[in-house]
Each structure stands twice: as structure tokens, then as C-alpha cells.
Design a protein around this ligand. Sequence first.
Ligand SMILES: [Zn+2]
Length: 690
Amino acid sequence: MSRDPVDATNPLLSPWPGDLGLPPYAAIEAGHFEPAFDRALAEHSAEIEAIATQAGAPSFENTAAALDRSGRLLARIEPVFSGLCNSFTSPELQAIDRKMAPRLAAHHAAIRRDPRLYARLDALLQKVETLGLDAEQRRLLERLHLDARLAGAQLAPAARERLGEIVERQAALMTQFAQNVLAEEQNCLWLEDEADLAGLPESARASARAAAAERGRPDDWAITLSRSAVVTFLTFSERGDLRQQAFRRWKGRGANPGPQDNRPLAAELLRLRGELARLHGHATYADFALSDRMAGTPARALELLYAVWEPAKRRAAEELAALEAVACDEGGPATIEPWDWRFYSEQVRRRRYALDDAGIKPYFALENMLAALFDCAQRLFGVRFVERGDAPRYAAELRVYEVLRGDGSRVGTFVFDNFARSNKRSGAWMSALRWQSRNGGEVLPVIFNNSNFARSAAGEAVLLSLDDVRTLFHEFGHGLHGLLSDVTFDRLSGTKVLRDFVELPSQLFEHWALEPEVLARHARHCATGEPMPQSLIERVLLARRFNQGFETVGYAASALVDLLLHGREDSAAVDIAAFERETLAQLGMPPAIAPYHHLPHFQHLFAGNYAAGYYVYLWAEVLDADGYRAFVEAGNPFDPAVAQRLLRHVYSRGGSLDPAEAYRAFRGRDATVQPLLEKRGLAAAEAQPA
Ligand SMILES: [Zn+2]
């Protein structure tokens, strides 16, 4: 294929220098993306055309394996683009994103629902027993066949065409939804008077000062609407009036009349999803979505949520009584409002466990916790992380590592982008710049972990809360799932597993964050280097179940609203705010607790792939709570035999095995729900310490 002159100067299309698989970020400009996408889309389409129209009868190699190999140039460019859009965006990139998102979605969907490819895959699947495939090859064929069916390849032409329009429109709406939330998060709570900071620890004051300076007001303080900033403010601010303001802005994101109002976007998405499900012959979108999940049906997912809902509410009522008692003692409000809960629960935690965040944080310096992650990965899975200061990066504060096995061979590349920036999405997530595979040449993975930790003042250690530490371990678990992948096919690589299985490696890894052995080694005081005192470790461990009624109610409320909303059979337009209000009232939502996410800013559902799927965290928690017991039963959190089974059947297996089978191969049996209830302190017989 001849290359036009733009190629020579477009770093996205030229070979990337260096051995780490990272693009030359410094040379990439926003204007490079569209021409690069044009070429990559054309190349991919040509490859697909060749597979679809070839004269040879369908074989695994010329159809399934060839599809898996296709589109490598696009797969090289797309994650660079989405990575920058998420973590280092600009008005130029946002404009390109609004234009490209529907185009890219349409491109991929058109391939999945191509009836010519489907006919070839279907012919192969009909005689799969005669093809002599190994287990992973068979899994790829079944997966591609199902991808095609879920995209509507088997439907009549008119229905297929309509599905294409829906997919494209959904992508445009979801991009706009995310951009609106990001814009609304710039709407900080401004504090201009020292008295407004009452109760805030020094680190929170420094972060608020830095956030204000970044926004051009160096003499004020800004509480941004990112989760970690708001939650810190709600936990420590002694000013109930300001807590209320911060809370209202945070929970009101996306529901303000005007150009960033997400309510009409969500309503349109829901209408489109209902139509899409009906085209597939399902009554509701939830039925359609759950057909490709481990849970199988919405009823099974709801059953799990209801199994925790009442016990969680009972525990939350006990927690509330303790908060009211403290508030009464301290001359606080007679009724605990949602913006009061974290503040008074911090008081209870201090009294009950003699623990406060400010006393814990010095033991959780980010640098020490990174060392803890690497140490756990090495002890469990035998991999080493070696920092590479010479690697290209889009922001100087990124940390890049090459990951090596014990024998020195390369596993892949790993990147930490740990800090909040105004041009970065909130939250924490893992992404892959490149997936591991070996279908037509060895491809090593390039994995990113993103967080939004607040920076420290110059020269001081970045200190994490317990919640931050858990998040760090969680995302690193996803990172390892991508990094340790050892499969043949790209479609089955790393975290490309069923949505209610994907949180198992991440949530399981959280358990090591609070292993006494890990704390003793890595939780060292940032100033003195002293290990965390044994009594403090014990109190931290005791406090693990603290406030789990509140946490479980907040999470499960969002998960229930999601499943019930996407489970509506009524195709009429829905007022999402009214639906949420009425559903929560029917569920008996405690008035002192707000759901984790309100619908107008619920990006999992309306800007991500978790529609009818927010329950997956709890589903996976059944597995992680049960799975971690294997180490407890072995009497060693790094037991080599258990770790080896975990690597072999879970962390390295990607989607090359049915998830229920993978779990059984690791654990020797199916998971039970009891360890989850015990982990959260919700089991019937358990009493909370007074
Ligand atoms: Zn996760």
C-alpha cells in the first residue's frame, strides 16, 4: 500500500523508537490523530474485506485466527488516543473525540455484525468437533461467534442496519455524558477564609491550596469535585454548612439545567438500549446484557443484591445510632444528613478504635505502597519491576517500569499515572496500550494504572488514606491481570473476560494491602521510617468492618437502581431522577445515606460499559472473599502452591477459559456467599463491637 506524504511526519504511523512499546508522546500532536485513524480504519477494512471475500472454504486459521490478527494498526493508535483523552485531554482532543467516537464505534460494530464473517464463523462452529481445535482455539471461535450474534450479525438486514445506527448514536451520547461530568467537576467549592478550613488536616489544606493555584487563585483554597477531594472534605470539615454545599455540588453533577445537563442524554441512551434489546429478542436491556455474563440472568444478580440489602440496612441502622450518640455528645445535629455521615463516623472510629486518618496516613506514603505492590507481585508471581527513567511519557510525573521474570526475560511494560490533574478524568482505572498475544508474532503487554491522588507540598511525601491504598491495590490487580496474561489470541487476552469476572483479580489483590506481614514490612512512617506499631496494625485490622453497613447500602443502592432501570419493560421515555427517587423509596433507602452514584453522573452506566452491570463488583466479591480463603487455609498469604494455581487459572488465563471453570480449577470447587457476608461483617450471627 502506498503511503501519502503525511505518514513520514506522523509519529502515530511511524515505527516507535525504544524497546518499551510506548509512543513518542512528545512528538504527538492532536492533529496527528485524524489522518492516522483514516489510514488505520482503511487498512483494517481492507483486511476484513479480504477475510470475508476469500475464495477458500472457512478454516479456523483463515477466519477466526485471521480476524484476531486484523486491525493491528488501529489497535496501536486507538488506545494512545483514548489514554490521552482520559488522562491528558485538551479542547482539541475533546473535539476529535466527539467526532471519532461514533465513527470508531460504528467501524467495530460493523465488523462484528458483518453477515459474511458470521456465515464463515457459523459454518465453523457447526462442525467444531471435527476441526481438531485446542481448548483456546475453540474458545476463540465460540467467542467471536457470540460477539457477532450480540452485535446482530444473524438478524435481518433492516434490523442490522438499525443496530448500527443505535451503536453509533450511543457512542456519541456516552462521549458527551463523560465530557459533561468532567466539566461539572471543575465547579469547585471555593474557600476564601481560613475559618472555612476548620478540621481539615494539613495534607488536605495543602491539596486544596494546590488545586486553587492550578486554577489561578493562589490565595484561596479549592475543594474540587473529584471523589478523593470531596470525601476528605466531608470526613474532616467541622463546618456542617460547607459540608452540605460540597455534598450538594458533588451529588448534583450532571443534573444542573444547562448545556451540561446529562438527564436527557441518559434518557435517550435508555430508550436506545431498550430498542436494541428488543431487536435481539429480549424483553429488556438487562436480559440482553446478562446473557453474556457469569450471572446469566438479571434474576440471579438481583438475588445476590437482595441477599446483602436487608442485612446491610440493619447494620447501617446500628451505625447510625452510634453516629447520633456522638453528634448528641458534641452538640451536633439531631438528625444525621448524608453530608454528616462521614464526619461523625470518623468521630466514632476515633473513639472506638483510637484511629484517625491523620494518624494512619503517615504510614502510607505512596512511595512505600508502590514498593509494597511490587513486593507482593514478586512474592506471588515471581515478577520484578525495574523503573525506566528514559521512557517517553505525556507528563513528567508518570512512572514507567519494565517488568521481568526471575530469569530476566521481559513480561511487558507497566506505567503509573498517579496524580489528579484538571485535564484528567476522576476515579481510578487500568488500561492497556497493548494487549499480550502471540497470534502471528509475540506481542508483550503495555499496561497503565491511573489514579487521582492529591499531590503533596514540594519535598513532602504523598500520603494515602486506607481507602486510597485499597484503590491502589485494586487497580494493580487489574494491571497484573493484563500484564501476566499468557494466551495466544488478542481477543482472549488479559482483562478481556466476562464483566462479572473481571473484578476478581483486582478485588482479590486488595486483600494483600492489609496483610499484617505486608503492613509490617512496608507501612513505615514517612518521617521516621519506623514500622507501624503492632497495636495500630491490630486496630486497623479490627476497623476493617467499620462502616460497612453504610458502604454496602451506598453501593448496593446504585447497583439495584442500575439493574431495575435497565430491566424496565416499559419503552416510554423515563425521567431518571424520578425513577431513582421512587426506586430508592420502594427499597427503603435509609435517608441518611446517598447512593454511591446518582444517575446523572453515573459514568459506569452512561459513559462506560457497565450498564446493567454495576452489580459485578459484588458478584466478584463473592469470588474474591471465597478465593482469598485458599491462602488463609494454607496458613500463608504467599503460599507458593496456591499462588501458582491462581496465576495459572486466573491471572494468566484471560478469557481463554470459561470463568466458572477457571475459578473451580483454582479453588477446587465453586464459591459460596458466606465469606463475603463475613468479610463485610453482615453475617447474621456477628455483632459489631460496642
Ligand atoms: Zn476494578
